[in-house]
Design a binder for this molecule. Structure first.
Ligand code: CUK
Ligand code: CUA
Length: 625
């Protein structure tokens, strides 16, 4: 089945081992659909991109943390509030980890969560519309990296601080790190009916860097595991200073215990401030809410809440196998990989097999919780996923490969090179109880010669492997948008997008909707002009507007009267600084325009919608004040 590429590419690099019938395995005929939806984080693009697998077709880019001209996201008045924070309107973030909601430990296709790493936030995407419907800011955190991993029934998604910061924030010397800087592990409650997020509680933890997380499942349901590095608590030259100790930790949090402590009132209420921004499908508008308190649990006052599991050399990923028994720590500077046992952890807790205590957190003895060691599997382990058949797959950044190994025997079974320097990997459902272990996607950090050169910058690269047999077979390369840190995928038939469905015009509760051409009008309120505009193939109403003065604020509220699937209309006007609108059938969107000079300005539909699309236009006249 294996065919090594005999020749070298023109740049002198090998093409790698490509499965012999790769083409037939990834071919999705024109008009046919893919088997899986894959959701790739956009990293510094701030968005999520949706690909079909196995074809590697780009299906959609979902704007989340960055404004996006294509969809007017963050430009139109309806979506702007989703980017509100206590630092103001922040139209960018660094999105790392998409996470699907789960029911009984299996992705259920309802929502997709993703973290914003820079200005700590989590967003929720509704998978019935593939749109961002909620964002929530994470207080008392610096860099929301270990997020937003879910519990078995999406009771909570978690957020752990990447950088410890003064808790609460204050002006202190950086050199007082050890006294003043703390970490926070945040549990965000997800409402079971509609997915709305709220911060349930935070746990105050020592000032380390909390890197990644995964919640338990099956027998370990009720626990979450967070990796930490920088137990050295250094605040400068971390590449050296945070790599001194032989072991850092995995923090094991018993969140069911946390619920008991909360019920008993054993928490402290801290003043804080964070935003929760919610988009209503009814009104097609987002609103912001500022919240000023948070419940904090302190480990020394809550015995049994949290334990540390010593884990070698600055662990990055922490991954829990489908049975919930094995907790895999990926010590990125370690030659071996340590796997912990949940059963042994329980025993060690019962026997109080503690090595020491840090700020009220017992440190369990390494040997007492160790399940096994994968010996010298590769260099620089980062992340692990599972195929549901007893195998684990780990990425190695430095040796640039995916290594397949067996849970329980810890033997290495196979290895596949990645081009180049793989970060995360993804198997559909690969961090859940029931992986669909057919494909594996490697998300590579470096592209180099994989594609036609595009100047100094190359898009990042994903590689698709068939893992249905004993050996991994490379079957496809495809470029990605931004830096895909992590991805998740789900069989397409579990997701039920409102395809072929439209927003009913009659149910449109937008306060500025005009639901028929009869309602189209222009209203003046001081300096504010509200244009209640309708659009339908192939004209706007009104399409000639006069009586506007320089210095007016003109709000175009454009309602798309179409009731046909996939017939959006666009809208923009000369000089608009807020891009365009793209209005779905039955919806209303608002563009703010502030004319600075007198004259007559054209506006038009920006989305080719009918044979008479070019005629879909109008004029607005602006006079001196
Ligand atoms: S991190 Cu990117 S390779 Cu932000 Cu999940 Cu590990
Ligand atoms: Cu409407 Cu083009």
């Amino acid at each position: 089945m294996w065919q090594s590429c005999g020749h070298q590419s023109s740049t002198g690099q090998g093409k790698g081992l490509v499965g012999s019938n790769a083409a037939s395995k990834v071919y999705v005929a024109p008009g046919e659909h893919d088997e899986f939806y894959a959701f790739l984080s956009g990293g510094f693009s701030g968005q999520v991109s949706v690909y079909g697998l196995p074809s590697g077709r780009l299906l959609k880019v979902i704007p989340v943390f960055s404004v996006d001209a294509e969809k007017a996201y963050g430009f139109n008045e309806e979506t702007k509030p989703l980017l509100n924070t206590t630092h103001g309107f922040i139209p960018w973030d660094d999105a790392h980890h998409p996470e699907l909601s789960q029911t009984k430990g299996v992705p259920d296709g309802r929502w997709l969560f993703i973290n914003g790493n820079n200005t700590p936030r989590v967003a929720r995407i509704d998978l019935s519309t593939f749109e961002t419907v909620e964002t929530i800011e994470i207080p008392n955190s610096g860099g929301n990296h270990s997020s937003p991993f879910t519990t078995e029934n999406t009771e909570y998604i978690v957020a752990g601080t990447r950088f410890s910061v003064p808790f609460p924030q204050k002006d202190v010397a950086i050199g007082t790190y050890k006294e003043n800087f703390k970490g926070a592990l945040t549990y965000i409650k997800v409402a079971p009916e509609d997915g709305q997020m709220s911060i349930a509680f935070q746990i105050l933890v020592p000032g380390y860097d909390y890197d990644l997380a995964h919640s338990g499942k099956g027998k370990s349901h009720g626990w979450t595991f967070f990796t930490t590095y920088n137990a050295e608590q250094s605040h400068t030259l971390k590449e050296v200073n945070a790599s001194q100790y032989d072991k850092d930790y995995i923090a094991a949090v018993n969140w069911k215990k946390a619920e008991e402590y909360l019920a008993q009132g054993k928490y402290q209420e801290f003043p804080t401030a964070y935003y929760r921004n919610h988009y209503s499908e009814e009104s097609h508008m987002a609103t912001s809410e500022k919240i000023e308190k948070v419940k904090v649990l302190v480990p020394s006052e809550c015995p049994g809440l949290i334990y540390y599991l010593p884990t070698p050399k600055s662990p990055h990923g922490v991954d829990v196998d489908p049975s919930g028994e094995y907790i895999v720590g990926n010590g990125k500077l370690s030659a071996d990989m340590s796997v912990h046992s949940f059963d042994k952890m329980q025993k060690a807790i019962a026997n109080e097999a503690f090595e020491k205590e840090i700020d009220g957190i017992p440190v369990l003895k390494y040997e007492e919780v160790l399940a096994g060691i994968v010996k010298e599997p590769g260099l620089g382990p980062l992340h692990t996923e599972f195929d549901g058949k007893g195998n684990a797959y780990t990425t190695f950044f430095i040796s640039s490969e995916v290594v397949k190994w067996k849970l329980g025997t810890w033997e290495v079974l196979d290895r596949a090179p990645c081009y180049y320097s793989v970060g995360h990997l993804m198997i559909p459902g690969g961090d859940s109880k029931k992986p669909w272990g057919k494909y594996l996607v490697a998300l590579n950090k470096i592209t180099k010669d994989r594609y036609l050169p595009t100047g100094p910058e190359m898009n990042h690269s994903a590689q698709l492997y068939d893992i249905s047999g004993d050996k991994m077979e490379l079957i496809l390369d495809f470029p990605t948008i931004g830096e895909p840190h992590y991805a998740q995928a789900i069989p397409a038939d579990i997701v039920k997008p409102k395809s072929k469905k439209i927003y009913e015009l009659g149910a449109n509760k937008h306060p500025h909707a005009a639901k028929s051409e009869k309602e189209a009008r222009v209203e003046r309120n001081g300096n504010e002009i509200h244009v209640y505009m309708t659009t339908i193939r192939s004209h706007f109403a009104p399409d000639n507007i006069e009586g506007i003065k320089v210095g007016d604020k003109v709000y175009f509220h454009v309602t798309n009267l179409e009731q046909d699937w996939d017939v959006p209309h666009g809208f923009s006007v000369l000089g608009a600084r807020t891009s365009e609108l793209l209005i779905m059938p039955g919806q209303t969107e608002t563009l703010l325009w502030e004319p600075r000079k007198e004259g007559v300005y054209p506006f038009y539909c920006t989305d080719f919608c009918s044979a008479l699309h070019q005629e879909m236009q109008g004029y607005i006249r602006v006079s001196a004040r």
